[in-house]
Write a protein that binds this ligand. Structure first.
Ligand code: SF4
Ligand code: SF4
Length: 584
């Protein structure tokens, strides 16, 4: 049953190259991992974590569940290629194995089964399998049709900004677009000569036979199909399609709790699929301050061409990370390029939550610029009977995060340690800060003391009925700070509180989809005019709701929006303080 034909050579070269490349690269990454992470891999590999990882690989690499969630058409398109091709390989393998009746076939006889075994063959399930094979091929071709149309009518596909692809990506894409039509033609021509085929290749084969003799083009078609496969596999490691194998490794590394930032950064750089979803809501892309969004930044990083300029020219607002289907943390990649880590955890502080009697409060460098927020907090805490110490009232203290953002890791650590020790001296039951940037830096960094953002602490006071609020006629638009809604994943709750005191007029992009105010401390590479454009855009966007006040929960957002907004801007604490009802 062993057969060979030279036309399979291009495929075999490409296949051997891509497998070899991926294996060598993954081994290199594994060797470069710190000992503790290698140990984690060995400890976790034969556990339920791997099973869950495989589930996530099916959900994200094959079905593209996260893309479905954002855009159904794009979800189908990506799934049709990934899952369709996977099913084509698996079903084809079953078909050729059943036909071989127990004999082991070489890989090329599985891949080019219809060439090596032309005509109708009857064996167990053969009828079902041949129809399934054509169904998977039809699904892929439908996805391909959508992909082609999307290039011309991208807005109709729900894409706001189209991605510009590099030369390598274009070569890989062209090869990919040739693979499936060539397969269809090669199989159909073969069916026209020898019969067989399912509802698609069989019918097309009959049509070709009716038109004329296809014997002179059948063999070249198999060559062309094999060449398209070979070219695609050879350029895959240098193109966006590298994400196909690497995303699976990335998912497993995360499941196995690999924590080394360099390892995760390397994998994330290779796992970016250049889908361009990160462009759609990026304020820089929207305002034509282009070229630094993850899709381009990562491409340059992969090609070794990224400069620190690319890192400085980004707000690090995290909107692109939030929408990214691969969950690439582009901010970490930028931080690495700046020479520092700013790997703060997502979510709130995880210590046991307490409604403390004695609280230490920290305004932070930005918070000191908004004294009304402090005054409002004092009023709220006094009403709730909470003993308060403002740690930076008379001292200049800093959490160090802005320094980290700007690559000054050592001084940042010194600053944080200073703050840490000063807070511990006050022996608080809880720590509260009115700045979400400081909050993300401080959370989980105090061994036994919980750290709160003031919105969360106020919400707890209300729920515990330590303060009462009165509703007013005021209309409000709440602006979620990026650091609070996306980094701390605290988006819905402040809105619920505000709903109790006024009527909310929210913009469409709210919660975790909030727009950056433009005042980000990380973006020192943006010039004044670029910053002004970004800040004005957000201020107008919020003002357009025509609410009596714009409310936010970050001193930097408050300052930036207030400078450009047509509406007055207040902190969350000010609104709550104004709504306080005095108890008898
Ligand atoms: S970073 Fe994420 S969203 Fe952006 S192109 Fe890469 S995979 Fe797509
Ligand atoms: S972090 Fe914000 S500004 Fe930077 S690329 Fe992402 S969306 Fe654009």
């Amino acid at each position: 049953m062993y057969k060979f034909d030279p036309f399979a050579i291009p495929f075999l070269i490409g296949f051997a190259f891509v497998i070899g490349w991926v294996i060598v690269r993954m081994i290199q990454i594994f060797i470069g991992m710190p000992k503790k992470d290698k140990k984690r891999v060995f400890v976790n590999i034969f556990t339920f974590k791997t099973v869950r990882g495989i589930g996530e690989i099916i959900s994200e690499v094959l079905i593209h569940h996260r893309i479905w969630r954002e855009n159904k058409l794009l979800g189908f398109m990506h799934m049709s290629f990934a899952l369709g091709w996977f099913l084509l390989i698996v079903t084809g393998w079953i078909e050729s194995s059943l036909r071989a009746n127990g004999e082991t076939l070489p890989i090329w006889q599985h891949i080019f089964y219809k060439y090596f075994f032309p005509g109708e063959h009857v064996f167990r399930l053969s009828d079902v399998i041949k129809q399934l094979m054509d169904l998977w091929l039809a699904v892929i071709l439908l996805g391909q049709l959508i992909a082609v149309l999307k290039r011309f009518f991208y807005r109709r596909a729900g894409i706001k900004i189209r991605t510009r692809h590099s030369r390598m990506n274009r070569i890989a894409l062209t090869a990919l677009w040739f693979i499936f039509p060539l397969r269809l033609l090669a199989e159909s021509c073969t069916a026209s000569l020898y019969g067989g085929g399912g509802f698609l290749t069989g019918s097309l084969g009959q049509l070709i036979a009716w038109i004329g003799d296809a014997s002179f083009i059948t063999y070249p078609m198999w060559w062309a199909y094999s060449i398209a496969l070979g070219v695609f596999f050879c350029v895959l490691p240098f193109s966006r399609y590298l994400h196909i194998p690497v995303e699976a490794f990335l998912i497993l590394a995360r499941r196995w709790r690999v924590s080394d930032i360099t390892t995760i950064n390397r994998l994330e750089t290779m796992a970016c699929s250049a889908c361009g979803m990160c462009l759609s809501d990026c304020p820089l892309a929207r305002n034509n301050i282009a070229g630094v969004q993850p899709v381009y930044f990562i491409e340059r990083l992969r090609d070794g061409k990224a400069t620190t300029d690319d890192a400085w020219k980004c707000l690090q607002c995290g909107r692109c990370q939030q929408i990214c289907p691969v969950r690439v943390h582009a901010n970490n990649l930028r931080q690495e390029l700046k020479g520092s880590t700013d790997r703060v955890e997502f979510g709130l502080d995880t210590h046991k939550r307490v409604l403390a009697k004695r609280v230490t409060l920290f305004s932070g460098c930005m918070g000191k610029l908004t004294p009304r927020t402090k005054a409002a907090m004092e009023k709220i805490l006094n009403a709730a009977g909470v003993e308060q110490t403002w740690i930076d009232e008379e001292r200049d203290l800093c959490c160090g995060r802005p320094l980290r953002f700007n690559g000054n890791q050592n001084t940042a650590n010194q600053k944080f340690n200073e703050l840490h020790d000063a807070i511990l001296e006050t022996r608080p039951d809880a720590i509260v800060t009115t700045c979400p940037i400081c909050f993300n830096m401080m959370k989980n960094r105090f061994e036994t003391i919980p750290v709160y953002h003031h919105t969360d602490y106020i919400r707890m006071l209300i729920e515990a009925k330590r303060i009462d609020l009165e509703r007013s006629e005021e209309t409000l638009t709440y602006h979620d700070p990026c650091e609070l809604s996306r980094q701390a994943e605290y988006a819905r709750q402040p809105l619920k509180v505000l709903n109790r005191v006024g009527t909310m007029l929210q913009p469409e992009e709210t919660g975790e989809k909030t727009r950056c105010c433009g005042g980000a401390v990380a973006a020192i590479g943006l010039n004044n005019s670029e910053r002004k454009t970004l800040a004005q855009e957000t201020a107008d966007y919020l003002s357009n709701r025509n609410a009596d006040k714009i409310v936010t929960a970050c001193p930097l957002c408050k300052k930036t929006i207030a400078q450009r907004s047509k509406r007055p801007v207040a902190d969350f604490a000010e609104i709550v303080a104004d709504a306080l009802v005095e108890r008898e």
